[in-house]
Design a protein around this ligand. Structure first.
Ligand SMILES: NC(=O)c1ccc[n+]([C@@H]2O[C@H](COP(=O)([O-])OP(=O)(O)OC[C@H]3O[C@@H](n4cnc5c(N)ncnc54)[C@H](OP(=O)(O)O)[C@@H]3O)[C@@H](O)[C@H]2O)c1
Length: 375
């Protein structure tokens, strides 16, 4: 076999850095996931990743793990190193102190305080800085979609999850939806809850299903995702499972000006955070709610329906990814509900089209993941 070219070697180490970054899935928010590999004479001498917000950054972890002097080595890092003082000192300092000769980066950091600063500083000090190839760059960007969207527009990434029948229904004409997808699919959905900052649903779903929206296995380090209910009139009963578990995982209720004062006070007394949003229509109120969540460092939202709220999110152009379980059953029924209602589009050409899709078989179901936007 011919020896690998330098580009191929770079791609291999960068891809390892991205895999390392992914080890901390669900634990780094509001920070990005980052991995780093240090290589000398084609040998990996150190590796590390950012394990959780407040913990050392990947570059420092990798340097600390080096089994020989990293002076003159190449550092592969999945995200542009930081040049600013945050909870931890800037990584460019550590890179310079260690005498790293070359830094290869998979993706840029779109936050205002970063965006290219590290590259300038490192180059000024004589370090060679290069951007990696397309494969690892794409993987690194996909990994940090919540961080990237939040950095760009201040709102969280929205992932719509639904479980539908073969004929595209998420509830029967009688309103029953338990359970459309199989046990393995539901377990997968629960695991997603542990990887996002918030899980959201509309008051229709909260009243019909009385869900808890928590993960079965809560991630000890990441903590429980915030549960967010869109409920304009603050009708969520204090006796609901959501409110009764408010001490275990935070509950945020998004309401409008029409909400009753006693309703809000009762929910607040039960430990629910109530955010009142204004706006002339559902879309405007929704965007304002996402702005409020973004301001609280919520970078990702798993939207679990129902159809009315999902439609409003689509109409507002705020769905970034769809994860749809399709189960091999047929519900039929004119009034059975589809996953997305709202206004919708008039012409097929206006329909949001996925940039990429993945299909996976889970038990008897099929999971379709469609990325509609890339940040
Ligand atoms: N299979 C699945 O994957 C799945 C998932 C979830 C739900 N479901 C099923 O779907 C049904 C419930 O869905 P649904 O459509 O009736 O209710 P929903 O979408 O859960 O909630 C809709 C309600 O949310 C409130 N809301 C607050 N802010 C809003 C905004 N900005 N935009 C839009 N709505 C806003 C509105 O009521 P107010 O104006 O009163 O606030 C609206 O009526 C149930 O049968 C449930 O079992 C199935």
């Amino acid at each position: 076999m011919p020896p690998l070219t330098r580009q191929e070697r770079d791609e291999r180490f960068l891809s390892r850095a991205v895999d390392l970054a992914a080890e901390a899935l669900g634990r780094t928010s509001p920070n990005p996931m980052v991995g780093a590999v240090i290589v000398k004479d084609d040998d990996t001498i150190g590796e590390g990743y950012h394990a959780a917000a407040g913990e050392p950054h990947a570059e420092r972890m990798a340097l600390a793990s080096c089994r020989e002097d990293p002076a003159g080595a190449t550092m592969y890092v999945s995200l542009e190193p930081c040049a600013h003082e945050g909870r931890t000192p800037p990584c460019v300092e550590a890179i310079l102190e260690a005498g790293i000769a070359r830094v290869v980066v998979a993706s840029d950091d779109p936050t205002g305080k970063a965006s290219g600063r590290a590259f300038g500083i490192l180059r000024d000090e004589g370090v060679r800085v290069e951007m990696g190839g397309n494969g690892s760059a794409q993987a690194a960007r996909i990994l940090n979609q919540p961080f990237r969207k939040h950095a760009r527009v201040g709102r969280p990434l929205v992932i719509l999850k639904s479980a539908m029948t073969l004929d595209g229904k998420v509830a029967t004409s009688g309103g029953d939806s338990k359970w459309i997808s199989g046990e393995e699919s539901r377990a997968r959905g629960h695991r997603w809850r542990a990887t996002v900052d918030a899980v959201a649903a509309g008051i229709g779903t909260a009243l019909t299903d009385d869900p808890m929206l928590t993960a079965w296995m809560l991630d000890e380090q990441g903590g429980a995702a915030r549960r967010v209910i869109f409920d304009s009139e603050a009708r969520l009963p204090v006796s609901s499972q959501l409110v009764r578990t408010a001490a275990e995982a935070p509950v945020t209720l998004i309401c409008g000006r029409a909400a009753s004062r006693p309703g809000i006070l009762a929910l607040e007394a039960a430990g629910v955070e109530v955010i009142m949003v204004a706006g002339e229509n559902e879309g405007a109120r929704l965007r304002s709610a996402l702005d409020e969540l973004g301001a609280r460092d919520v970078q990702s939202v798993l939207l679990e329906g129902g159809p009315h709220l999902a439609g409003a999110f689509f109409d507002a152009g705020e769905v970034d990814e769809v994860r749809a379980f399709v189960a091999p059953i047929v519900a039929g029924g004119r009034s059975a509900r589809p996953p997305v209602e709202g206004q919708g589009v008039e012409a097929v050409g206006e329909a949001p089209r996925a940039l990429s899709t993945d299909v996976e078989r889970i038990g008897e179901d099929v999971l379709i993941t469609a990325r509609l936007k890339e940040w």
